[in-house]
Design a protein. Structure first.
Length: 124
């Protein structure tokens, strides 16, 4: 059964996945045969969409806490900005990209909205 410890583990692992995948260099030929417009931006969106959902479920998987959810939202956005800055500073093959920050932030916002809707439907 999913409990608070499980959600903490999932949220922590997901944060590590985001960090690693944001800072490693990929072989540019990987996935190049898949032609999906803006697939990089979709990945950024999904990263932070799930980040917000998982951390909100860790906080309380029984009910929605608006103030805590806003803190998680701003943490996700800040973390996304930090990862972009780190890409520009600590990697040689990757660069910071404002559009990636926008995709991260949009994913985080939609994650917050999804979480709120989930809890509203769960209580009715």
């Amino acid at each position: 059964m999913l409990n608070k410890k499980t959600f903490l583990l999932l949220a922590t692992l997901w944060t590590i996945v985001i960090t690693v995948l944001s800072l490693i260099t990929f072989d540019s030929s990987i996935g190049s045969e898949i032609k999906i417009p803006n697939k990089d931006k979709m990945v950024h969106f999904v990263f932070y969409f799930l980040f917000v959902i998982l951390w909100n479920l860790y906080i309380d998987f029984k009910m929605f806490h608006p103030k805590k959810a806003i803190v998680i939202l701003f943490t996700a956005i800040g973390y996304g900005v930090l990862m972009e800055i780190f890409q520009g500073i600590f990697t040689t093959e990757r660069t910071a990209d404002a559009i990636d920050v926008l995709a991260n932030s949009t994913g985080a916002i939609i994650g917050l909205i999804t979480t709120k809707i989930y809890f509203q439907n769960k209580t009715h």
